[in-house]
Design a protein around this ligand. Structure first.
Ligand code: FUL
Length: 483
C-alpha cells in the first residue's frame, strides 16, 4: 500500500509551520477511531484531501486513451495472443499527428496501450519475443512507446502507459509467481526507460490462463514498483490513486464523492471490508453519510470516466460512420468533467498509424466547442474562495442582458470535498426562480438549464460536511448543437 503514512506527517508539518493551529488534513486515507460517532466521522472525512499527484491529475480534466496494437490489424477487440507479429505493420505511423490532434481537442495527457490482453508489446522489450521487434514495421527496429513519448515531450503533453495485467500470450500466465515476475519486469522497463510517466493504468480484466489457471496478481509488489521508479505517477483502476467510474459508457454519477468509502481493489486485505459495506466500483453510492456511519476508513479515490469515441476500443474501418457525434461528446463532458471526474476518451489510430480524419475532425470540433463555451463568464464579481456554512447563500451580479444556460461550480478540493447539496436561483424580472440544484460539487460541477437572462444569481449551500470552500462559480452560454 502506498502513501498511507503521509497523513500523520502532513498533520505534524502543518501544526509546526504555523502559529495558529490548522485543522488536521488527512492525505488520501483516514481511519476513524473506534467508536467514532457519525458527527466525528463527517468532520474527519471532510478533511480528507488528495495527494499532490492526485490534485495535479484532477486538474487535467481531459485525458486521452490510445488503443493501438495487434487488434488494429486483425480487427478484433481481445486478441488471442497467437496472431503473427508479421501482421503489425502501420504504413504511416505518426505519433506527432496523434498528439497534435489531441492538443487541439484540449487533452492534457495521453495513455498508450503498451500491451493489451493479447500480450503484444509495442516496445522492444527484453521480456518476450512477442513485440514490435518481430514485426516488419521499421524492420523490427521500431518502438511505438518511444515515438509517442518523444512526441509528447515535443508538444507538451503528459504521458501514461496501459500495461494489461491479463496476458493471453505469456506461457507463464496463471503460474502466479512466474507471471508476476514477468509483469514487473515489463513494467520496470516502461518505468525506467521512457523518462517521466504521469499515469499508469492497470486494467481490472483478469481472464484465465492455460488449462483454466487463475492468475493471482501481486498488487502490492506492482504498486511498489511504480512508487520506486515513478513516485509522482498516479496509478489507475487496480491502482490506488484513481477509481474506475464503473461503466464504459461515459456516464458519471450525479452524486460523485472523491472522498469515498470504497477501498482500491488492489488492497487485498480490504476486499472483505468492501464486501461488508456492499461496495464495488459500480455501486451507486460510494460516499454518503449512511455509508459513513458503517465505515471504519475512507479514501480519497477520485473517479475517471473511460469511454471510446467509437463502438470499439480499437480501430475498425467498418466503424468509421459510428464515431460519436459532437453533441454526444459534449454530453459525455458534462457527465464526466462536469460530474467531478476526469474524462479518459479513447481515440484509436487506424492501420496507417494515424488518427482517422473523421475522429480528428470530431476532436477538433469538441475542443473548440468547450473552449468557446467556457471563454466568457457572465458573473460580474467572483474572485475569492467563499467559505460557506450549510444554509448560507451568496448573491452574484450578472452582466447586464447576458443570455445564459450553463453553471459551473468548484470546491477547493485541496481542503477536502464537503458540499452535499446546493440550489441555484436566478432573479428574473425581479423574482427569484430556481435554475438548477444538485448534490455533490467536488473539483467541478457543471449544470445545464433553460436559456434565460437573470439579473442576479443566488447560490445556496443547503448541506455541507463542515464549512464548504467554494473556489469558483461561473455562468456561461452554451450554443445549442445542431447536427
Ligand atoms: C477493458 C478492456 O478489456 C478493454 O479492451 C479496454 O482496454 C478497456 C479500457 O478496458 O477492461
Amino acid at each position: 500500500m502506498r502513501r498511507r503514512f503521509s497523513t500523520a506527517i502532513m498533520a505534524l508539518a502543518l501544526l509546526s509551520c504555523t502559529t495558529t493551529p490548522q485543522p488536521t488534513l488527512y492525505t488520501q486515507h483516514v481511519t476513524f477511531p473506534e467508536g467514532a460517532t457519525l458527527e466525528e466521522k463527517v468532520d474527519m472525512v471532510s478533511r480528507l484531501v488528495p495527494s499532490e499527484a492526485q490534485l495535479q491529475w484532477q486538474q487535467l480534466e481531459l485525458s486521452a486513451f490510445i488503443h493501438f496494437g495487434m487488434n488494429t490489424f486483425t480487427g478484433s477487440e481481445w486478441g488471442s495472443g497467437t496472431d503473427s507479429p508479421e501482421m503489425f505493420n502501420p504504413t504511416a505511423l505518426d505519433c506527432e499527428q496523434w498528439v497534435r490532434t489531441l492538443k487541439e481537442g484540449g487533452f492534457k495527457l495521453v495513455i498508450l496501450t503498451a500491451k493489451h490482453h493479447d500480450g503484444f508489446c509495442l516496445w522492444p522489450t527484453a521480456t518476450t519475443d512477442y513485440s514490435v521487434k518481430q514485426s516488419p514495421w521499421r524492420e523490427g527496429k521500431g518502438d511505438v512507446v518511444r515515438e509517442l513519448r518523444d512526441a509528447c515531450a515535443k508538444h507538451g503533453m503528459k504521458f501514461g502507459v496501459y500495461l494489461s495485467p491479463w496476458d493471453r500470450n505469456a506461457e507463464c500466465y496463471g503460474d502466479s509467481p512466474a507471471y508476476n515476475r514477468l509483469y514487473i519486469a515489463q513494467l520496470t522497463e516502461l518505468l525506467i526507460e521512457y523518462g517521466h510517466i504521469d499515469e499508469v493504468w492497470f486494467d481490472g480484466a483478469c481472464g484465465e490462463g492455460a488449462n483454466g489457471r487463475k492468475q493471482e496478481y501481486d498488487w502490492s509488489a506492482i504498486l511498489r514498483c511504480v512508487e520506486e521508479h515513478q513516485p509522482d505517477a498516479v496509478t489507475a483502476i487496480m491502482g490506488d490513486d484513481i477509481r474506475w467510474v464503473g461503466n464504459e459508457g461515459g456516464v458519471g454519477r450525479a452524486t460523485e464523492w472523491s472522498a469515498t468509502m470504497i477501498a482500491p481493489g488492489s488492497y487485498v486485505d480490504k476486499i472483505a471490508e468492501n464486501k461488508r459495506l456492499g461496495l464495488e466500483e459500480m455501486s451507486k453510492d460510494l460516499g454518503s453519510r449512511e455509508l459513513l456511519a458503517k465505515a471504519n476508513e475512507a479514501y480519497w479515490y477520485p473517479s475517471e470516466v473511460d469511454v471510446s469515441i467509437r463502438p470499439g476500443w480499437f480501430y475498425h474501418s467498418e466503424e468509421d460512420g459510428k464515431v460519436r457525434s459532437l453533441g454526444n461528446l459534449v454530453d459525455i463532458y458534462y457527465r464526466s468533467v462536469g460530474s467531478n471526474s476526469v474524462l479518459l476518451l479513447n481515440i484509436p489510430p487506424d492501420k496507417r498509424g494515424l488518427i482517422h480524419e473523421v475522429d480528428a475532425e470530431r476532436i477538433k470540433a469538441f475542443g473548440n466547442y468547450i473552449r468557446t463555451t467556457f471563454e466568457k463568464n457572465y458573473l460580474a464579481e467572483n474572485s475569492t474562495t467563499w467559505h460557506a456554512t450549510a444554509g448560507e447563500s451568496r448573491e452574484f451580479a450578472v452582466e447586464s442582458g447576458a443570455k445564459v444556460n450553463t453553471l459551473l461550480l468548484q470546491e477547493d478540493i485541496a481542503q477536502g470535498q464537503r458540499v452535499e447539496s446546493f440550489v441555484v436561483e436566478g432573479m428574473i424580472n425581479g423574482e427569484w426562480r430556481e435554475l438548477c440544484s444538485g448534490t455533490t460539487i467536488g473539483y467541478k460541477r457543471l449544470l445545464r438549464f433553460d436559456e434565460c437572462h437573470p439579473e442576479r444569481l443566488r447560490l445556496t449551500i443547503t448541506e455541507s460536511r463542515t464549512t464548504a470552500n467554494i473556489k469558483s462559480i461561473g455562468l456561461y452560454y452554451a450554443e445549442p448543437i445542431t447536427e
